[in-house]
Design a binder for this molecule. Structure first.
Ligand code: 13P
Ligand code: SF4
Length: 303
């Protein structure tokens, strides 16, 4: 039996649903029942009433699914798949900001450990951060861990005062400006679309900035035929799927942006996880406070 057929059989046996992020390998996305950005996966995880959720992504995604749906078994097929940015916050910096400002909200990008979420007032994802921050009563915002997303949000919410933390995604932050400028010269009619985790000079070159899902929706609706895409190359599968037959073309930097953690989640790992229960995610310590920050995000994003 091939992997897809065996996965389908085990899924039925275990009453499992497979969720995948756009950055996992295309063959893994093809096995999933739902593919989406971090916000979509978190929202969906809360609503599913299957026995098991297989989360093809990195650990903060699986932890969030577990906290939002505690009764379900959550499997992370590659238990070492982690997001380096998810750890880039020091508790001492949060304590210092809380001591310095009475009117402070600690706003935590979902790309963070459960422990860091538990220190925070509310979570955000790249697709809802502006809306959630605007909806907060506090004027001072400590935005953790991603300084690039934090800066991007601060520019759109100028009525609030932002304190940024020095965290970043190594893949987005370190994209080469020279390579992007080379692509712009080679494809002068292409629209530049970027994920807000990119560095400031890259976002300054972008015609459109959004989460992975927002970038995918944008290429489908834009009249442009060519796009320079500044995010992880895993989005190519869905971009090609939603623009099939249109002749639209997608260019990525020559040093191909790959999230090494996400690409560990291969179809073989999904199969082994479903078969042997590999990667069962325990309820994290501090789950109550972290889950409250996630629930607050879902509530403010839905308004
Ligand atoms: P999205 O929420 O846009 O899918 O981003 C997740 C992520 O990890 C980006 O690096
Ligand atoms: Fe983390 Fe960057 Fe990978 Fe996203 S692309 S999971 S932010 S390391």
């Amino acid at each position: 039996m091939g992997i897809a057929a065996e996965v389908a059989r085990l899924k039925k046996e275990r009453d499992a649903v497979i969720l995948a992020h756009y950055y996992v390998p295309p063959e893994t996305q093809a096995l999933a029942d739902h593919v989406g950005d971090s916000f979509y996966l978190a929202r969906l995880a809360r609503e599913l009433d299957c026995s098991t959720i297989v989360l093809c992504g990195v650990s903060f995604m699986a932890e969030s699914a577990k906290m939002l749906n505690p009764k379900r078994t959550v499997l992370l097929p590659e238990p070492t798949a982690d997001c380096p940015m998810a750890h880039m916050v020091r508790k001492a910096d949060i304590d210092a900001a809380r001591a310095a400002y009475d009117d402070l909200a600690v706003v935590c990008y979902i790309n963070s450990t459960a422990e860091i979420k538990a220190w925070s007032d509310v979570c955000v994802t790249s697709s809802n951060a502006v809306k959630v921050v605007r909806g907060l009563p506090q004027r001072n915002i400590l935005f953790i861990p991603d300084m690039n997303l934090g800066r991007h949000v601060s520019l759109q919410v100028p009525e609030k005062h932002f304190i940024l933390n020095h965290g970043y995604c190594p893949i987005h932050h370190e994209m080469s400006v020279a390579e992007v400028d080379e692509l712009r010269r080679a494809h002068p009619d292409a629209e530049v679309i970027a994920h807000p985790e990119c560095a400031e000079e890259m976002l300054g070159r972008a015609d459109h900035i959004g989460s992975t899902k927002q970038m995918i929706d944008h290429v489908a609706s834009s009249p442009a035929q060519e796009f320079i895409v500044l995010t992880v190359v895993g989005v190519r599968r869905e971009m090609e799927r939603v623009t099939e037959g249109s002749g639209k073309r997608f260019y990525f930097p020559r040093t191909t942006p790959i999230c090494e953690d996400m690409v560990k989640v291969t179809p073989e790992k999904v199969l082994a996880s479903l078969r042997d229960g590999i990667g069962e995610v325990p309820m994290p310590t501090g789950a109550d406070a972290a889950a409250s920050a996630l629930e607050r995000m879902l509530e403010l994003a839905a308004r």
